[in-house]
Design a protein around this ligand. Structure first.
Ligand SMILES: [Zn+2]
Length: 444
């Protein structure tokens, strides 16, 4: 496809760029594959990943089978860069551009990326890096971080030998700032609605209304946003999901509250969607779960509880909020261009009652955690976290520990530590439940 088509405002949001050009491409594919150092292994891996006989692809599978991507390769070219994915079946992508920083984003149907760790982290020339992963239910996304404005010249599927799948080749070329700005111009509406919304908890099917308060547990990060990384391969998004699941199970076992998770699998949910979910569901409490990392400070350790504030309580709290808030921007969401609902959320940000309840909950958390969990030497802090901005839902963000600390890493990956810590947090949650409407007034 041409760059001009990509720039067409009216067509951009639904224009598929994965036009299949199977015929006459075999020779080109063979040349391509010579460039893949691990060709034999890749094709073997792909064959293993395809869950139906290769011949079935000719007619198309009877049921929708999720596409598997088993290899990715980035090359520098004379005019820009080339990104090649090896996939089990042809890919169809909807592209758009974002500025500040410059990115090209490809929205795809759900794709299972089975790529080696660190794929896409080291770029070449025009492409600084690229990221990929699930982006909500049934959708995936590739985000290409650019060192300079660029456009997609073509995106072409070509079959592998013996119908073992396909290569999906994206050719990028440098573009001038003006053209890139024009490309990015109409993207907000597309990107702002592209994130997945969390799913409400399954309410009781009986006519009896469940009047127990709802606790929303928010496992940080997910999908192509891994969060912090530990020195031994630990990934924050997995640690937060495991912990949140354990905490939800503990609360459900006790039976005094309803529990909902903002995500229950490895999918991406935007920060504003997480906050909006808690607001829409009229949650009694919102608890966001994270793990921190501090490069060059292996001895900094322990859990820290954060509440929402306009101004950070200290420089480190400001650093953590900046890091956690960056997620939506990296995902191709423009948090500066939010809709009316979010604007009203921001306006009501400092509702006094919510603030008082949040601080009381945070203090209770520290009290119940202290006998069981190593706390940071300054365990109660505040900063401007996007995910805590629901105006009427008391909330706290728990950084369970530092992936940069060896001792914390051992704790964070220990099932026993997880269960003990979840019990302590569950106790704090139950202690802070409003006994009756208006109880907030008593929270002082
Ligand atoms: Zn985090």
């Amino acid at each position: 496809m041409s760059g001009a088509m990509l720039g067409s405002r009216s067509e951009r949001s639904f224009l598929p760029i994965g036009a299949s050009r199977r015929l006459g491409r075999i020779r080109a594919v063979v040349l391509y594959l010579c460039g893949f150092a691990l060709f034999g292994g890749l094709v073997a891996g792909l064959a293993a990943a395809i869950p139906f006989p290769a011949g079935a692809m000719e007619q198309g599978p009877a049921v929708a089978v999720r596409t598997v991507v088993v290899a990715a390769k980035l090359e520098q070219t004379a005019s820009g860069a080339r990104l090649v994915f090896v996939a089990s079946q042809p890919l169809t992508a909807t592209p758009f551009a974002l500025e500040k920083p410059d990115r090209l984003v490809l929205d795809l149907p759900e794709v299972n990326f089975q790529l080696p760790a660190h794929t896409g982290e080291a770029g070449t020339g025009l492409v600084k890096s690229f990221r990929y992963g699930l982006f909500g239910f049934g959708r995936s996304r590739v985000v290409i971080d650019l060192s300079a404005p660029a456009r997609i010249v073509s995106a072409v599927n070509a079959p592998l030998l013996k119908d073992l799948g396909t290569t999906f080749t994206i050719e990028l070329a440098r573009a001038d700032r003006e053209a890139f700005h024009e490309l990015a111009g109409g993207a907000h509406a597309t990107s702002a609605t592209a994130s997945s919304a969390p799913v409400a908890p399954a309410r009781s099917a009986t006519p009896q209304k469940d009047t127990r308060p709802l606790i929303v547990i928010d496992p940080g990060h997910g999908g192509f946003d891994p969060g912090a990384m530990g020195g031994s391969g630990e990934v924050e998004k997995n640690i937060t999901l495991e912990f949140a699941t354990t905490l939800a199970a503990e609360l459900e076992r006790r039976g005094h509250v309803q529990v909902a998770l903002t995500r229950s699998n490895d999918s991406f949910v935007s920060l504003t969607d997480r906050a909006r979910f808690a607001h829409d569901q009229n949650a009694a409490l919102f608890v966001s779960i994270h793990a921190d990392t501090l490069m060059g400070s292996p001895h900094v350790h322990g859990a820290t509880i954060y509440t929402l504030a306009d101004h950070a309580s200290d420089a480190d709290a400001a650093r953590v909020a900046e890091k956690e808030n960056r997620v939506d921007q990296l995902a191709g969401l423009d948090s500066s261009n939010t809709d009316e609902e979010v604007v009203s959320i921001l306006d009501d940000l400092m509702k006094r009652e919510t603030k008082v309840l949040s601080l009381a909950f945070a203090k209770k958390l520290i009290q119940t955690l202290e006998p069981h969990v190593r706390l940071n030497k300054n365990p109660l802090r505040a900063a401007s976290f996007v995910v805590l901005r629901a105006p009427d839902v008391p909330s706290a963000l728990v950084e369970l520990g530092y992936l940069s600390s060896e001792a914390d890493r051992a704790s964070l990956t220990s099932p026993q530590w997880r269960e003990e810590t979840a019990r302590a947090i569950a106790t704090a949650i139950e202690a802070r439940l409003p006994a009756q409407p208006g109880a907030a007034a008593l929270a002082n």
